[in-house]
Design a protein around this ligand. Structure first.
Ligand SMILES: Nc1ncnc2c1ncn2[C@@H]1O[C@H](COP(=O)(O)OP(=O)(O)OP(=O)(O)O)[C@@H](O)[C@H]1O
Length: 264
C-alpha cells in the first residue's frame, strides 16, 4: 500500500450539540496536527461519540465548525470527505452479509469513479490492509460469522484501505485482546497517521497518545500531554476512581495503578 499522505490537520471549534433540553456536547474545541495521535477520554456518556460523530460528518453540530486542512467538512461532499478522513465507528453495521475482502474493498469506494470495477490496485491494497491487521486468513469468511475482535480488525483494515490522511477512531480497541490492542496502537503509530481516537483504557492512552482531551458532561475538563492530564486528582474527579500514577523508568510515560477496592 503506498502510504497515505500524512498532511492532515483537524481543527474543531466550539462544537455543541443537544438533545431536547439536555446539552450533550458543550463548546468543545480541539485540534490534531499532522502525524499526531490524540486521545479523547471521558467516562461513559460524557459525549465522546457525539463529538466524534460531528467531526466525521454524521451529526450536524448545533454550533461550531470542523475543518480538515482548512476545509469545512460540512461544506464538502461526502465522497471528498471520505478521501480526507477514514472512520472506525462504534455503530458499524456488524451484520454485513459480505465476505471480509468485500467489506474491506468498501474502503476503496471514494477512490473509484461511480461505475468503475475494482482494479488490481484495489485488490492489492485490500490484501495489504488485511495483512496489517493480522486478518489475511479471514479474507474469504463471511463478515457476520467473525468474532467481535475479528470484526473490529477487519473494519480497521477497511479504514486503512481508504488511504485517507486522517483517521477517526471510536474505541478502536473495543473487543480486542491485549495483544491485538497493542498491535493496533503500534500500527497507528508506525503508519505515522494523523489520528483522533476515543479510548477507554487510560494506560493505553498514556502510553501511545501525544496529547489527550478529557471530557466530562460534554465539556473538556483537561487537555495536554498524558502526564499533564492523567494525574490521580483528575482521574479521581472525572472517573471517581482512586489511582496511583508514577513515571515509567523505561518509557518516561505515566504508569497508572488503579485502586478498585477504594472507589470514591
Ligand atoms: N440522540 C440522542 N438523544 C438523546 N440523548 C442522546 C442522544 N445521543 C446521545 N445521547 C446521550 O448523550 C450522552 C453522550 O453520549 P455519547 O455516546 O456521546 O457518550 P460516550 O462518551 O461516547 O459514551 P460511552 O463511553 O458510553 O460510549 C449520553 O448520555 C447519551 O445517552
Amino acid at each position: 500500500m503506498s502510504g497515505p499522505s500524512h498532511s492532515a490537520h483537524l481543527q474543531a471549534r466550539n462544537l455543541s450539540w443537544q438533545a431536547a433540553a439536555a446539552r450533550i456536547v458543550h463548546d468543545v474545541s480541539l485540534h490534531v496536527t499532522p502525524g499526531e495521535l490524540v486521545g479523547l477520554l471521558g467516562p461513559n456518556g460524557s459525549g465522546k461519540s457525539t463529538l466524534l460523530r460531528m467531526i466525521y460528518r454524521i451529526l450536524k453540530p448545533a454550533s461550531g465548525s470542523v475543518q480538515v486542512n482548512e476545509r469545512n467538512v460540512w461544506h464538502t461532499s461526502a465522497r471528498e470527505n471520505a478521501r480526507a478522513m477514514a472512520v472506525l465507528a462504534q455503530e458499524n453495521a456488524s451484520e454485513f452479509e459480505l465476505r471480509v475482502r468485500d467489506v474491506v474493498l468498501m474502503g476503496r469506494t471514494p477512490h473509484q469513479s461511480p461505475f468503475a470495477r475494482d482494479g488490481e490496485e484495489d485488490f492489492r491494497i485490500v490484501a495489504q490492509a488485511l495483512q496489517r491487521v493480522d486478518a489475511q486468513a479471514l479474507s474469504e469468511r463471511m463478515f457476520s460469522t467473525l468474532s467481535g475482535g475479528e470484526k473490529q480488525r477487519v473494519l480497521m483494515a477497511r479504514a486503512l484501505a481508504q488511504q485517507a490522511p486522517l483517521l477517526i477512531l471510536d474505541e478502536p480497541t473495543n473487543h480486542l485482546d491485549v495483544r491485538h490492542q497493542f498491535e493496533l496502537m503500534n500500527l497507528i503509530r508506525s503508519l505515522g497517521m494523523t489520528a483522533l481516537a476515543a479510548l477507554h483504557e487510560l494506560p493505553l492512552a498514556a502510553h501511545y497518545c501525544d496529547r489527550l482531551y478529557l471530557l466530562k458532561d460534554g465539556a473538556v475538563v483537561a487537555q495536554g500531554t498524558p502526564a499533564h492530564v492523567l494525574t490521580p486528582e483528575i482521574i479521581a474527579d472525572v472517573y471517581g476512581v482512586r489511582a496511583l500514577v508514577r513515571t515509567s523508568p523505561r518509557s518516561g510515560k505515566p504508569l497508572i495503578e488503579f485502586l478498585p477496592d477504594n472507589l470514591l
